[in-house]
Design a protein around this ligand. Sequence first.
Ligand SMILES: [Zn+2]
Length: 226
Amino acid sequence: MRSIDITDKIRALSVYPYDDYKVVLKPKMHLYYAYRITDTGIEIELSDYLENAPLSVLNDECAAIVKWSMGNRYVQPPSLTEYLRTSDFIVKSRPTYLKRCRSLTMTQQGRCKNLIDSVERLMESGLVFDEDIRNSYYTWADHMAKYKFGQCNQTFRVVSVNPILDDDRVPDEVVDYVIYHETLHLRQDMSKTRRPHNAQFRTWEHMFPDHEGMENYLKNIYSVLE
Ligand SMILES: [Zn+2]
């Protein structure tokens, strides 16, 4: 995929005070934004995941990046935050994200365990709610760092799980616990916190029965499975 030039869609007012500007959408795995000051003005790079975003959102985002280029902190425009939460954005751009990830198996059914069974048990026990898993996607990873057991991408609402847990010797509760932890990241409102494992998160996490036992199991998993 190549870059898409959207300069003609951006109002000059959004990039004021630069007279000369260029705005391109680039294909990268994560949502990202960047700018470069050129001899004559500014070049703004946005993620191609925003290809179908309303023009008002793209203009707001360019204005935010211009402010950033003037030495202010980057602040994501509320219109963009809102757009990124729409199912239209999540469901349409996720297949591209999944393709770019490369480390995912894109299946919930592992050799031994099905991730959706975990989600269902968590819902039955009242730990996870419909709203938490709205527009979400769960998949086994085909590899992950040794002591990382799950991962959550909040933008595309993708939860992936370390394949080490796809083993009959691993109790179902342990997989449920990892899924629970990652699902709590789906529940979090990241526009309001920059610290994912904050006090609110820990309170939710500690609602899992014997969560300390689960943590201990994970800490020692490689000696259990040897
Ligand atoms: Zn976490």
